[in-house]
Design a protein around this ligand. Structure first.
Ligand code: BGC
Length: 748
């Protein structure tokens, strides 16, 4: 197999000459226990019932503030002894500085601690879930929200976030789809890189940036059946063409750490997978930072049945190239003896320690171990300018799926609006998954967003109708009565926050509980129904798509949810988001994604073609789809030349015109299709996009340059090749529609 070395200037930055000698000097002084300590990360444990209290926290019985106030064991003695290098879950300027002071002043070698946390879409100012942000296709703004997350987290004493999750997934059953950028590799790579840049900045030692972590390496999103932690079995070609490029993009952007995935890949758990952790990551990608395991994943190699015990698993993990053990102290317990008796060469241990220390230097922790203080923390969290960006990001994350007869935007001077549904007046669920440091009380509900958007004489009435899940507290009659008295119904339905994210796979993608029945009852009134969806994954909503007047896909938008939804419903913001994951009609179509390989029998009229006998083979809403309150016309596709050599370049122009009656933004998408190749290629592949703002009646030429090297693929021998031949080009508003052209790549 050919090894493609990619240009990794940002990774090389981690190796600094003078610094290397300091690191080696330190390693020379370290005891075996101190070395293993640098490879160990644990979380503060609670005195007493840890599991029980965590369950209460997750189930909302105690608040994060109450949890924070509980007496914890911060492992101060181990820090003092120098046998603990990193902790997860330490939050707050005061406690992080206190622990850091012990490491610096009281441990033998004064090596600083590294504090990590899942800062996935904000720290206190909570931004939309990553899947929603991705629907903005707005790389600058995505970078900005990561930068603000870094600012707030670093003010709270955190050095390192376990983000971005750059896992591609084609399966909305998988709950973690909420944490990623959807199904497309090209878009996912750009978004992953933007997030890395936002978190880390140009200079990580700038005290308001934090270390990023590309996770979960690798192919975690390919879990069979969409069930979290499940096995992944795929060709090396699919791995390298679809799942790995976002990791490569993160590495190129300078990401300092990687996290190994829980799953096995083609039979080898990723945690002990030397092909991934060494051959690909170190040799092909030139990665210079360190790899952390996922929580307890070293010990779980034993449960996979790949290692006989934790000792064997930790040896394999270290030898495979995994530097830091997250959470459960396996390295701490099981490495020292194996080093002492020569089962694991000391050089391997030293190299792992070197990689961790390098990152600590890179973060500037040796020069500036205390990067915050109480004052700075207070000033930074939820700063008004952060909240403003949260509103903008939330507006841009919304995707308009249906707008019959242009019912939206609603007039602000309607007499009466019925706001109905279990998520209409809810704060907690709007935060989405992984927002444990976020404060539900800071969230603007949809109801209050609507109340502040309308004229003062407009009456806004509210009824819950039912719960998100189950049959309890159903009161359709009250909701229907209010609906009957109103001009329009806004129904806010979807999923609770814990229905997506980790360990939240679903086998049914319908609106849960009785919510669809609620929509049907409201529809019966004959009043227009505008559905606002709050959810962490694509849902199957064919009934709503057929029957209600409008559908606004709002996802879980975080702190500013209600304001952004109000802005869109009443036209203060013209929606511009486009789907980054396909919406199926039915869960039976899953996995369904736009860039599937060509079949020999594409779905057609006759029976013996690739389709279902009991439903459509097409999706309900395709990748890239989203409407606006205005209309755009695509015209005049022009390709620079009908023939191009591998050294040449192809430019594609189109004319885009705003033909509607208000200003708007369109995400213009360019796809290609390799017509004939020596391996079956996808029907279409996204290769470019532009977000274009146009006033009413305004036209612009939109120009793309296609990179010839992006037209290649891995052949049967796993060589990356670019084959001459005909390529089709499509430019349009989504992956299904658009203008068509072609060019031929000539030469050998
Ligand atoms: C998740 C990771 C996360 C880690 C630490 C694991 O269960 O898979 O994504 O970063 O926990 O919280």
């Amino acid at each position: 197999m050919i090894i493609v070395m990619v240009e990794m200037a940002m990774q090389e930055k981690m190796i600094v000459e003078g610094q290397e000698s300091k690191i080696n000097e330190l390693i020379g002084k370290m005891t075996l226990e101190e070395k293993v300590g640098q490879l160990t990360q644990i979380v503060p444990s609670l005195y007493g019932a840890f599991e029980e209290i965590i369950t209460k926290l997750v189930e909302g019985e105690i608040s994060y503030q109450e949890f924070q106030a509980m007496e914890k064991n911060y492992h101060k003695d181990e820090i003092r002894e120098g046998i603990l290098g990193s902790m997860g879950g330490v939050t707050g300027a005061e406690i992080s500085n206190e622990l850091q002071k012990i490491a610096i002043e009281e441990s033998r070698l004064g090596i600083p601690m590294l504090f990590g946390l899942d800062v996935i879409h904000g720290y206190k100012t909570i931004f939309p879930i990553p899947l929603a942000e991705a629907c903005s296709w707005d790389l600058d703004l995505i970078e900005k929200t990561a930068e603000i997350s870094a600012k707030e987290a670093s003010a709270a004493g955190i050095h390192w976030t376990y983000a971005p999750m750059v896992d591609i997934t084609r399966d909305p059953r998988w709950g973690r789809i909420a944490e990623g950028a959807g199904e497309d590799t090209y878009l996912g790579s750009l978004i992953g890189a933007a997030r890395v840049k936002g978190f880390q900045g140009d200079d990580l030692s700038g005290s308001q940036r934090i270390l990023a972590c590309a996770k979960h390496f690798a192919a975690y999103g390919g879990a069979v059946g969409g069930r979290d932690y499940n096995t992944v079995d795929m060709s090396l070609q699919t791995l390298h063409e679809v799942y790995l490029p976002p990791f490569e993009a993160a590495a190129k952007a300078g990401v300092g750490t990687f996290m190994s995935a829980f799953n096995d890949l083609n039979g080898i758990p990723c945690t002990v997978n030397s092909y991934l952790l060494t051959d690909v990551l170190r040799e092909q990608l030139g990665f210079k930072g360190f790899v952390v395991s996922d929580a307890n994943s070293i010990a779980e190699v034993v449960v996979h049945g790949e290692s006989v015990d934790r000792k064997e698993a930790s040896k394999k993990a270290l030898l495979a190239g995994l530097e830091m053990d997250m959470s459960h102290g396996t390295y701490q317990q099981d490495l020292p003896e194996q080093i002492k008796n020569g089962d694991i060469p000391i050089d391997v241990l030293d190299e792992a320690v070197r990689r961790v220390l390098r990152v600590k230097f890179h973060l500037g922790l040796f020069d500036n171990p205390y990067r915050t203080n109480k004052d700075m923390e207070e000033k930074t969290l939820l700063a008004p300018e952060h909240v403003e960006v949260a509103r903008e990001m939330a507006q841009r994350s919304i995707v308009l799926l249906k707008n019959e007869d242009n019912i939206l935007p609603l007039k602000k001077n309607l007499k009466k609006i019925a706001v109905v549904g279990p998520l209409a007046d809810n704060q907690k669920e709007m935060l989405g998954t992984w927002a444990i440091t976020g404060d539900p009380e800071e969230v603007v509900t949809v109801l209050s967003g609507i109340q502040s958007a309308v004229d003062k004489d407009t009456v806004v009435v509210y009824s819950k109708g039912c719960e998100v899940i189950g049959n309890e507290n159903m009161d359709f009659d009250a909701a229907v009565q209010l609906a009957n008295e109103s001009d329009v119904i806004v129904a806010v339905v979807g999923e609770s926050a814990d229905m997506s994210g980790e360990a939240s796979s679903r086998m049914d993608l319908n609106l849960p509980g009785r919510q669809e029945d609620l929509l049907k009852a409201l529809h019966q009134t004959g009043k227009p129904v505008v559905v606002v969806l709050i959810n962490g994954r694509p849902l199957t909503i064919p009934w709503a798509a057929e029957n209600v007047s409008a559908i606004v896909e709002a996802w879980q938008l975080g702190t500013q949810s209600g304001n952004a939804i109000g802005d869109v419903l009443f036209g203060d913001y013209n929606p511009s988001g486009k789907l980054v994951a396909t919406f199926p009609y039915s869960v039976g179509q899953v996995p369904i994604y736009y860039n599937h390989p060509k079949t020999g029998r594409p779905a057609g009229k006759i029976k013996f073609t690739s389709k279902y006998i009991d439903g459509p083979s097409q999706p309900l809403y395709p990748f890239g789809y989203g409407l606006s309150y205005t209309t755009f016309e695509y015209d005049n596709l022009h390709i620079s030349s009908s023939e191009v050599t591998k050294e040449g370049k192809v430019t594609v122009n189109i004319e885009l015109k705003n033909t509607g009656d208000r200003a708007g933004e369109e995400i213009v998408q360019l796809y290609i299709s390799d017509v004939v190749a020596s391996r079956v290629r996808p029907v279409k592949e996204l290769k470019g996009f532009k977000k274009v703002a146009l006033q009413t009646g305004e036209s612009k030429t939109v120009r793309f340059e296609i990179e010839i090297k992006s037209l290649g693929f891995y052949n049967v021998a796993m060589d990356y090749i670019i084959e001459p031949g005909l390529f089709k080009v499509f430019v349009g508003p989504n992956s299904k529609e658009g203008l068509e052209g072609e060019f031929t790549l000539v030469g050998n």
